[in-house]
Write a protein that binds this ligand. Structure first.
Ligand code: PEP
Length: 248
């Protein structure tokens, strides 16, 4: 990354993994390290949120688009705030697929998170078939536009984006640094059409099989400002090495 205004961020998405002992292991590993040039966030399954110390930045993997009421199984933004949660991953491809979250529902969730003054980590990314068909940029633009249409470009000053090509998630098939950079630059240009300051300032993470061994090269790309990490966030040493790569 090159812009001095963008602070690197690494967010760990535990998905439906981890246990109480991992909370302690991650915190002791990361707190020993000097990570003064970046921020790290853990997004554990919701039941573990209350087990972290207050110094750890926390996020969730999903939130309801509703305030309260008869929505069995859902968790509201106000509940998350009570547990000191500052971030919410919205629109992860697994939720889009497993829970049929459309671009419109994703946009509603982003709006709800922003309204509560939490930071959404909005995920966008294409399936392999879209990349092969050559419609990658249209696909990403449509995902962004659904949110832009609802919340407006100025709200993007308060959110984080994550580009996660679906074919790279949990597959070990990382996008090359050039492939990641190409899409990140496209996203920034797309936002710049509406507001160049917002486009320059927004943090855009890359997600998809990031490991200690490839993080440095990915994060050295001009428009890659850190990572959204799945599998490697479950191993404290691997997660630390990714955070160290972002800290440089
Ligand atoms: C993710 O689930 O957001 C992710 C990027 O997973 P992984 O790092 O395991 O590919």
């Amino acid at each position: 990354m090159t812009s001095s205004t963008r602070r690197p961020l690494v967010a760990g998405n535990w998905k439906m993994n981890g246990d109480k002992s991992l909370v302690e292991k991650i915190e002791s590993q990361l707190n020993q390290a000097k990570l003064s040039n970046m921020d790290w966030v853990i997004c554990p399954p919701a039941p573990y949120l209350g087990l972290f110390s207050s110094s750890t930045k926390l996020g969730v993997q999903n939130v309801s688009q509703f305030d309260s009421g008869a929505h069995t199984g859902e968790v509201s933004v106000s509940m998350l705030k009570e547990f000191g949660c500052g971030y919410a991953i919205i629109g992860h491809s697994e939720r889009r697929e497993d829970n049929f979250e459309s671009d419109e529902i994703v946009a509603q969730k982003v709006a709800k998170v922003l309204e509560a003054k939490l930071t959404p980590i909005l995920c966008v990314g294409e399936p392999e078939s879209v990349r092969e068909a050559g419609t990658l940029f249209d696909y990403i633009a449509a995902q962004l536009n659904a949110v832009l249409d609802l919340v407006g470009i100025s709200a993007f000053a308060n959110l984080v984006l994550a580009y996660e090509p679906i074919w790279a998630i949990g597959t070990g098939k990382t996008a090359s640094p050039e492939q990641a950079q190409e899409v990140h630059a496209f996203i920034r240009e797309h936002l710049a059409k509406q507001d160049s300051n917002v486009a320059v300032g927004i943090v855009i993470l890359y997600g998809g099989s990031v490991k200690g061994s490839n993080a440095k090269e990915l994060f050295s790309q001009a428009d890659v400002d850190g990572g959204l990490i799945g599998g490697a966030s479950l191993n404290p040493e691997d997660f630390l090495s990714i955070c160290l790569a972002a800290n440089q």
